[in-house]
Design a protein around this ligand. Structure first.
Ligand SMILES: Cc1cc2nc3c(=O)[nH]c(=O)nc-3n(C[C@H](O)[C@H](O)[C@H](O)COP(=O)(O)O)c2cc1C
Length: 358
């Protein structure tokens, strides 16, 4: 039987210079004695079951240790060969010691505290923590601790099962890193798309990230109307009235009304549940067209806005292509929750883009 020592741990694993014990740990005899009843002679079926259990624990690939819960500091009574292979310590070296010798500089003290609390409460506990082999190399230990109770319910032993999850952990860290890279690349792509479309439309198309990027709604307004093919005419007429009222020239409001009709039609064809709202004030008109359709996918936004005759629903109409050429500014907020397009026209036409170059 292994001798049980109450000797306190003193060797920090990362300081130890002994070579790691690999899979070639010499076969060992004594472990069987931990399980045996000590009685010889009759081979009862109970003894056979015990032998089977014993062989299973010896053969299993995960580390197993049994600690005495009745003695101070949970001294190890038994460890299986997989524990020896995992940690590099031999059974003889660990007998009687507390398992904390596996911890080192980067072991999370909070996790250790949780383990201590579970042991004090006599309950099961699971934790993943950084441990160190005898040669100092770190590994991630997925540790399960379960109490064993006697007939009176008192905890007599604790069984610890150690699984090396270093590789899984590394792939999770790598996955998280790749995901962050991917998100950053998508953000950069979106910013690039916004810049390109702003330039290609001479500053008219403003792709919005959030509601906050939409323009402040103008003060004078009529209640929104639900959009269907019949109501599109009402929306156009309201837009015309508002533009005339704000002093927009006839040539410009006529174009604007066409743009409003196209954008409204887009919502009708797309989502069939849009609303249209005309707002005005200070020599400016806004038409807000909202729908709760599935939005324009990112990879289609450049087509939906730049390509003549392209609509994401594959229907008639010019989509945003025409609208963009017939208003001063088109704000577009689109996503899975729907699309909001705001068309604006000013009584005073904006200066031509080449002015900015002077
Ligand atoms: C059966 C058993 C197995 C344990 N196995 C490990 C282990 O593999 N790695 C580890 O870091 N701690 C392990 N521990 C926990 C430590 O032995 C110790 O209980 C923990 O560090 C909390 O106590 P402390 O704050 O006094 O160190 C085990 C505890 C028991 C009872």
């Amino acid at each position: 039987m292994h001798t049980i020592s109450t000797k306190k741990d003193s060797v920090a694993p990362h300081e130890a210079a002994h070579p790691r014990v690999g899979p070639s740990v010499p076969p060992r005899e004594p472990s069987a004695s931990f399980f045996s009843t000590g009685r010889s002679g009759k081979r009862s079926s109970m003894q056979e079951t015990q032998r089977l259990l014993e062989r299973a624990v010896e053969a299993v690939g995960t580390g197993i240790v049994i600690a005495d819960a009745r003695r101070a500091d949970y001294p190890i009574l038994y460890c299986n060969p997989a524990f020896e292979r995992l940690t590099g310590y031999s059974a003889t070296e660990v007998m009687g010691r507390n398992c904390r010798f596996l911890q080192g500089p980067d072991t999370d003290p909070n996790t250790v505290r949780q383990i201590r609390a579970a042991l004090e409460a006599g309950v099961e506990c699971n934790a993943v923590l950084k441990n160190y082999r005898k040669d100092g190399t770190p590994f991630w230990n997925d540790l399960n601790l379960s109490p064993v109770r006697d007939a009176e319910g008192a905890v007599t032993h604790y069984i610890g099962v150690q699984t090396d999850v270093t590789a899984i952990r590394a792939s999770e860290v790598e996955k998280a890193r790749l995901l962050t890279d991917l998100e950053r690349a998508a953000d950069q792509q979106w910013e690039f798309l916004k810049d390109v479309l702003l330039t290609a439309t001479e500053g008219r198309l403003r792709l919005c990230d959030t509601i906050a990027d939409l323009p402040a709604p103008l003060d004078e307004f009529l209640l929104p109307i639900p959009l269907d093919e019949a109501n599109l005419r009402t929306l156009r007429l309201r837009a015309e009235d508002a533009a005339v009222g704000q002093g927009v020239s006839e040539e410009r409001w006529q174009d604007f009304v066409v743009a409003v009709g196209e954008t409204g039609m887009n919502a009708v064809m797309h989502a069939r549940n849009g609303t249209g709202e005309v707002r005005a004030g200070g020599g400016r008109v806004q038409v807000w067209v909202r729908d709760s359709g599935e939005g324009i996918p990112l990879h289609n936004i450049h087509r939906a806005t730049l390509v003549r005759g392209y609509t994401t629903s594959g229907t008639m109409g010019y989509g945003f292509f025409l609208s963009l050429r017939m208003c001063d500014t088109l704000y577009l907020l689109t996503g899975p929750g729907g699309t909001t397009a705001v068309l604006e026209i000013n009584a005073v036409p904006p200066p031509p883009p080449w002015v900015a170059l002077l």
